[in-house]
Design a protein around this ligand. Structure first.
Ligand code: UDP
Ligand code: MG
Length: 329
């Protein structure tokens, strides 16, 4: 069976479009299909659409969160719920072309790949500034992190059960999927395709949301900022020690102590600034540790398709369990 995991946040127009697009491909797809739509606390009619769809079609399942938890949480919930031996993750807005699916399935079945990913070869239709920052982000993260991330790679990918289980074992609260998919390893090959625009609706990522997301990526997958902070601190220590010796020696030999309070003030400001910057960097890591140690669930489910199907037990699946969590006796 193939499970299709779709995170949805305010996608009432695109959910039916996506479903139809995939159904049209059905004859070309050998395994049986299971849809898992994850409603990430949408404020529009997405949940209503999902209820309709699940009532009509047996192969459609959905999970609806109690509030907005973010795409990463939705992906995790979907992967946890997926039962197929192959699992694909796909955006609801048709920016991830479903037509690639048959080819991806064929690739996984005919080779011993564990994952077929997709990447867009251009970013047409995207604001220039955003593309620029995106490129810089990939350059930076690949330089400072041992986890490599492919520029332009989408979350859209087909994975084997083995790889999905590996991703699920990473049950951290701060999730950065692009990194997690790469961190677990396995053999991945990428299919390239030209960028597509959304079928309907609008993107929920503002520039600042993306900027923060990229900082999250760096903090989650690299310790370089901490190293840089200590390196700069060490360097300025060394420089001021040299300067101090120079001043003392000069005063001893020529007896002229310079009247230099402007330089003094600027040095104090410089050092103060560096200290605050380093504190900020450390703070970001500590904030992550704080959230992580609280062990909060990644998401909370309010409703699933089972709540509306009378012939199935109404128990809502427990989202709280983290896989592989073993308690010491
Ligand atoms: N999404 C989500 N929660 C969010 C933001 C987005 O579940 O907080 C879903 C959204 O419904 C879509 C996918 O993630 O299916 C990608 O979102 P979007 O198209 O807005 O991002 P973009 O393609 O512009 O990067
Ligand atoms: Mg999109």
């Amino acid at each position: 069976m193939l499970s299709i995991v779709v995170p949805c946040y305010n996608e009432q127009e695109t959910v039916p479009l996506l479903f139809e697009a995939i159904e049209r491909l059905r004859p070309q797809i050998k395994p049986s299909l299971e849809y898992i739509f994850v409603n990430d606390g949408s404020t529009d009619g997405t949940l209503r659409e999902l209820r309709h769809l699940a009532e009509r079609e047996r192969c459609v399942r959905y999970i609806s969160f109690s509030r907005h938890f973010g795409k990463e949480a939705a992906l995790y919930a979907g992967l946890q719920a997926a039962k197929g031996s192959l699992v694909t993750v796909m955006d609801a807005d048709l920016q991830d072309p479903p037509e690639l699916l048959p080819r991806m399935i064929a690739m996984i079945e005919s080779t011993n790949l564990d994952c077929v990913g997709t990447r867009r070869i251009n970013r047409e239709g995207e604001p220039r500034l955003r593309s620029f920052f995106a490129r810089q982000f990939y350059r930076l993260i690949n330089r400072i992190s041992s986890t490599q991330m492919v520029d332009g790679a989408r979350d859209y990918r087909l994975m084997t059960r083995q790889m999905v289980d590996a991703v699920l074992r990473l049950s951290e609260y701060n999730r950065f999927s692009k990194g997690l998919f790469s961190w677990v390893g396995f053999e991945t090959e990428y299919i390239s395709y030209p960028n597509r625009e959304r079928a309907a609706g609008k993107t929920s990522w503002s520039f600042w949301k993306l900027f923060n997301y990229s900082l999250d990526g760096i903090v989650n997958f690299s310790e370089a900022p901490l190293n840089i902070a200590s390196f700069v601190g060490g360097l300025s220590c060394l420089a001021s020690a040299v300067a101090l010796i120079f001043i003392v020696v000069r005063a001893l030999i020529w007896h002229n102590s310079a009247a230099g309070w402007p330089s003094l003030v600027s040095i104090i400001l410089l050092l103060g600034g560096l200290q605050l910057l380093s504190l900020g960097i450390i703070g970001r890591y500590i904030g992550k540790i704080f959230l992580e140690t609280k062990q909060r669930p990644i998401y909370i489910v309010k409703e699933t398709e089972k709540s509306n199907r009378p012939d199935q037990p109404a128990s809502v699946m427990s989202p709280i369990e983290r896989p592989d969590e073993k308690h010491d006796e």
